[in-house]
Each structure stands twice: as C-alpha cells, then as structure tokens.
Design a protein around this ligand. Structure first.
Ligand code: GDP
Length: 677
C-alpha cells in the first residue's frame, strides 16, 4: 500500500474517519485530521489490525469506539480545559467561583443561591446604604457586589425571550439524538459562480424521477450523496447569512467559499471569510471555473493564506476543492468534502420532539395566503401542528418540500414550505410547534406587544461616545471595529495603531477590513457583532446610511489616521472632545466636464439631492472613495454666478485648486455643526 489519506483508508475499510482516527491514536500514530496522509507502513499496520478481527467483532468494536471511547476522550478534554481555566482564574483571584444572575433578583432568592440567610444579605445591603426587605428585588449590579463577598464572580444572565419563558422544550434523551444533514451556505465575490454552483449541484443531484415534477425554489434544497442528505440554502452571499444571524438564527453549519480560479481573492471574498469567521462557521473553499484556460488555482490558495486560510495540501487545515460549475467537474468531490466535514462536526438532532426551526423565506401569495419556508432545526413538524413565528401564528394546513411534493411531516435540517400562518413572518424568525393553539396565540400577541415597546425604546449600540462609561461599568471587554479605507496600506496602518491601544481593561478587535466604500453588509456585520465602523477616505452609501441610522451603528469617518487614533484613545479615556457633526446638505453628479482656460476644470453637474450652496465645503466622491475635499471656487447657473442651486437643476461647479474632476463623480456639499455632548 502506498501513501493514503485517512478518509480514503477509512472508506476502504468501511469505517468512519472518526473511528479510524481513534484507532490510529490508540496505536500511537499522531495525525492531524481526516485529510492527513499515512505512509504505507502506518496504513498496513492499522489495516492488518482491523481486518484480523472478524467482521462481527469489528462492527461491535466500532460501535464501542463510537459509544464509549468518545465520551471518555471528551471528558478528558473538558477536564483539561477546566484545569486550564482554573489555573488562569487562580492567577487573577484566588478561588473565585462563577455565578449567573438575572438582571434583577429577590433578596431571598439571592440568599438561597449564596447558601446563606436572608438576614445576612439584608445586613450587608444595609451597610451599602440600601434598606430592603426579603421579598424586594435588587438589581444585578448590587447583587453581584454581594455575591463577590461570598467568593463569586457574577455574570449577567441573558434575558429570556417570550418564547423561552413560555415554552418548555422537551429534553433530548441521548438515545433520541440522531445524525442530521449539514446546512450549507454558499458565499463569495460577485460573479465567481455562487448561483451557478448551486444550480449545478441541484441539477446533477436531484434527478427528475426523485423530483416527481419540477424542482421548486423555496429558499433551500436538499441533495442526496451516498445515501446522505445535504441541505443548501438557496440565497447565496454573506448578506443573507448575516441578516439571518442578526435575527438570532445561526442555521449554517458549513460555509462554501466560492473563489473564481481566474480572478482570485476579491473584496467580497474577504468579507465572506470575515462573516463566516465572526459566526464561527467552518469554511470549505470551492475554487471555481477551473475549466478556464486562465485558471490559476495555486494563486488562489496563495492569496487565501493572507486571510488565515491555508490549504491542507500546504500543511493547513482548509479544504480547497477545484470545481467547475460549468462542466460539473469536481462537484462530487466537493459534496464528499462537505460530508466529511459534517461528520467531524457530529451534527445531531432529536426528531422525536415538537419541532423548532428558522424561517428562511416568507411571502404573501395571492392564491395560497401566507407561504413561509421553514428550515427545521430540531424535532419534527407535521400537518395540523399549532405553530408560532414571531407575531404570526396558526396551524400547519399544508406542507410542500423542495421537490414540489406535498409532505405530511419534516424533520431536522429539512426545508419545507408551510401554509397556515396568520401573517407573514420575517426571515430569521424562530418557528415553534406548540402543544395547542391557545399558547401559539398568546405568544404571538405578547410578541406584538414587545415589538411595539421595542419600537419605543430603541436598542442602544456601542458608540465611541458611551465607550468610556461602558468600560467603567465593566459592560464591555472588547471593542469590535470594522475598518474600511481607500487603500490597503491605510487599513494596515489603522488596524495596527488602533489595536495597539488595547489595555488590560479592553481589547480592540478588528473583525473586518476592506478597501472601498462602507456598504450595507458592513453595517449589518457591525450590527450583528456590535462593532464600530471606522472609514478612512471612504463614504457610506445611501443604503448603509439608512440602516446605520435605524440600527444605531456608529460610523466614524476620517481623513487623517492620527485623528482616528486620537478619537479612539480619548473615547477609551472618556475625554472625547466636543464633536462637530457634519451635515450633508446636498449632492450633485458630474455629467460632463469642461476645461476653461485660466480657470480650470468645471464640472457640468446635476443636483440630485438637497441643494448646493456656494459657501459649502465639498468632497469629491468617486466609486465610494473620497478623492478630494475642499471648497467651491465657482458655482454658476448658465452664465450667471449662483449662491445656491436646488435639487433637480443643472449647474457648473468649480473646485478650489482641483482640476481632476471626472464624469460620474459625486460632489457632496456639507457644513459642520457643533453638537454638545
Ligand atoms: P454569482 O454572482 O457568484 O452568483 O455568479 P454566477 O453564478 O452568476 O456566475 C457568474 C458568471 O460566471 C456567469 O456568466 C456564469 O456562467 C460564469 N460561470 C460560473 N461558473 C463557471 C465555471 O465553472 N466556469 C466558467 N467558465 N464560467 C462559470
């Protein structure tokens, strides 16, 4: 036997890669993962060992390995981890234990949790100047102070949602947990072939016979590979992925990163990598378009190393599969790799209980009413079940699968279209099957109420202004930032300087960087990760501005790196200077340019928004990047000087000491207003 990969040998021996890895470890052969290669001696050794025993025994053993040895190993790992934590803890403070506390707690209850009497607690509270009775509630901050005296470090419990409070989900007995298909999202740069790849997989794997008709686009589909199912989400791109995550739905198990072999790593490739990393989802790289003569898969691998993705064949742990969505080459291999990775992830769910899942698409259909696609996460949903999803509730009247077939039930990782909800839920809402209609209705109504209240009290996201107070209150330990800039060099400089500001109290963490304007997806990532966006010589586009306002994401724009660093430093110290807010008063688009002797270049412009005033400061924005900032030297309507030109009118604009105006440039006019802190 020559050199062989672990998963290949496992296949030959008809056992799982996991079991083989276990066997190899028992033999003292150290291997990294299923893609590692074994030399012939190692392969022969383990093959001999496994084939010596009769088949029956082997099966038995395999089961034992699966059932017994694994927990043992896990436990060891856990214990290791624990002891590491303990060591760390005991370095900082001796023997403090951890405790979860709600946002408010009754004095009596706190006493119980601390195994002391309520009188003791009341005494301690009195010494803090608080007069309370046993049945009174105290807030988290006070409770954690008391807990500290008893040797506990308290962390705040996550607030429970209405569903979490009212629904008691049945417990999973270990014997009810069964393997479930992985859920895959395809991401990558535009035109690298995400849609083509999804179509190719669907076409090659879903035969007409199986379909029993035409395949339906319901937002997700499943394919069968070697008798195992894989579920693909049908909306490619990280925007959809992150907007789902924003709503609390983390349904993706594995991300497929599509990179065109003839184009390499592009801005959205990097975004996709960062979005997947932020969500802690493993990445498999599909190097697409290898049919092209200009394909350079090795260059792609090289470029990926810069983002921490090192191909397995180069000693890393990222699986890279060359494919062509056009010819179908490599697609089987890609699917096998998906199965392999999901085997490692040990994805399991309990199909025996009432279902819970995520809404991935929903619409109002003229003939059928509310139609929503559900991806079941756990349990089994059946026709007739009482359901609730956000503010929508009802009974499942009918279900249709991705092959257009009517089905009576759907289990874990299965996408189904369901009919019967009272209104259209939002993508990302969690759907629950409940024991009766009444509870479904109650929850929907409570959600409506909460929704109304939420609209009144807006959520507060992290901003530089309140950074200091949050650090003081110990509310944040990490400041997530996203850096967008005009050139890569500025990004590196900013990233390094800002991260260097980290101290013992807070760490500054760059979760995403990119060259180009600030987009909607940057803002969504910031929302999902509670990050501040730093823009250097770039501008947010209109969508980004709208969402940032709605979600209260702090976007800071700079033209001097030093100012960005200074602001962050001051914010961390609580010494931010009174701020000047820039107010954009109008935008004009250059439709044509004229060279005027002795004067320079004039932009024949059309005011597309607001108005342009002769005294405004202006910046020239080209493809989202600020190319110049300055003042207006001349503003003319026809031949006449104008003081102001309103939206919908044409004008000629000259910029002080700047002649490099181009067609398509946006002239953004603004004034600076001081805002008191
Ligand atoms: P998306 O924007 O990432 O969804 O990309 P599309 O799937 O729309 O593909 C963009 C273009 O690349 C289309 O013209 C496809 O026909 C082409 N394309 C996609 N995959 C391949 C491939 O494997 N080989 C070749 N030669 N072209 C491809």
């Amino acid at each position: 036997m020559s050199k062989v990969r672990v998963y290949e040998l496992a296949k030959q021996l008809n056992i799982t890669s996991k079991a083989l890895i276990q066997q190899l470890e028992d033999l003292g052969i150290d291997i990294k993962n299923h893609m590692s290669t074994l030399d012939s001696e190692q392969a022969n050794l383990v093959t001999d060992l496994l084939t010596e025993e009769d088949t029956e025994k082997k099966e038995k053993e395999e089961k034992t390995i699966k059932k017994d040895k694994k927990p043992e190993k896990k436990q060891i790992k856990k214990e290791n981890k624990k002891s590491i934590n303990n060591v760390q803890e005991s370095h900082i403070e001796d023997d403090y234990k951890e405790m979860l506390l709600p946002s408010s707690i009754r004095v009596g209850e706190l006493a119980d949790n601390l195994s002391t009497s309520a009188t003791e607690i009341i005494k301690k509270l009195m010494s803090l100047g608080k007069m309370v009775t046993i049945n009174q509630e105290i807030d988290f901050d006070t409770a954690s102070l008391i807990a500290e005296e008893y040797g506990y470090i308290a962390t705040k419990e996550k607030e429970k949602s209405i569903e979490e409070e009212l629904i008691v989900e049945e417990e999973d007995r270990p014997e009810d947990l069964v393997k479930r298909p992985p859920v895959i999202t395809v991401m990558g740069h535009v035109d690298h072939g995400k849609t083509s790849l999804l179509d190719a997989i669907r076409e090659t794997k879903v035969t007409a016979k199986e379909a029993g008709g035409i395949t339906q686009h319901i937002g997700a589909y499943t394919v069968q590979v070697h008798g195992e199912k894989i579920t693909f989400l049908d909306t490619p791109g990280h925007e959809a992925f992150t907007s789902m995550r924003l709503r609390g739905a983390s349904i993706t198990d594995i991300a497929i990163l599509v990179v065109a072999a003839d184009d390499g790593v592009m801005p959205q490739t990097v975004e996709a990598i960062n979005h997947a990393k932020a969500a802690d989802v493993p990445i498999i790289v599909a190097i697409n378009k290898i049919d092209k003569s200009t394909a350079a898969p090795d260059r792609v691998k090289q470029e990926l190393t810069e983002y921490g993705l090192i191909a397995e064949e180069w000693g890393g742990d990222t699986i890279c599969v060359p494919v062509s969505a056009l010819t179908g080459e490599g697609i089987d291999n890609l699917l096998e790799m998906i199965l392999l990775v999901s085997e490692m992830l040990e994805l399991k769910a309990n199909p025996k209980k009432r279902a819970r899942g995520s809404i991935i698409e929903a619409e109002l259909n003229k003939g059928r009413g509310t139609v929503a696609t559900l991806l079941v996460e756990t349990g089994t949903i059946r026709v007739g079940d009482s359901i609730v999803a956000g503010t929508a509730y009802g009974k499942v009247r009918a279900m249709v699968d991705d092959k257009g077939k009517r089905v009576k039930k759907a289990g874990p990782s299965m996408p189904v279209e369901i009919i019967g909800l009272s209104e259209v839920p939002s993508a990302g809402d969690t759907l629950y099957v409940l024991k009766d209609d009444k509870l479904a209705r109650t929850i929907a109504e409570k959600n409506k109420e909460a929704f109304r209240e939420q609209n009144l009290v807006k959520t507060h996201r992290l901003s530089l202004d309140d950074l200091f107070s949050k650090i003081q209150e110990g509310e944040i330990k990490e400041i997530n930032i996203i850096i967008k800039a005009d050139v890569q060099g500025s990004i590196e400089a900013l990233k390094q300087s800002l991260e260097k500001l980290s101290n013992e109290e807070v760490r500054i963490n760059t979760i995403h960087t990119g060259v180009g304007g600030i987009s909607e997806s940057d803002v969504m990532l910031a929302t999902a990760s509670n990050a501040i966006i730093i823009g250097f010589n770039v501008r947010p586009d209109n969508n980004a501005i709208t969402i940032a306002e709605k979600e209260e994401v702090d976007i800071r724009l700079y033209r001097v790196i030093y100012n960005a660093i200074e602001d962050m430093e001051d914010a961390m110290k609580g010494m931010l200077e009174p701020e000047y807010k820039e107010v954009v008063v109008g935008k004009a688009e250059i439709r044509q340019t004229f060279k005027v002797p002795n004067i320079g270049t004039i932009g024949g412009s059309y005011v597309i928004e607001g108005k342009i005033n002769r005294n405004n400061q202006v910046r020239i924005v080209r493809d989202g990047i600020v190319v110049h900032e300055g003042t207006i030297s001349s503003l003319k309507r026809f031949k006449d000087d104008a003081r102001e030109v309103l939206s919908g009118f044409e004008c000629g604009i000259g910029i002080e000491r700047y002649n490099d105006l181009k067609e398509g440039d946006i002239i953004e006019a603004f004034t600076m207003e001081e805002i008191p802190r």
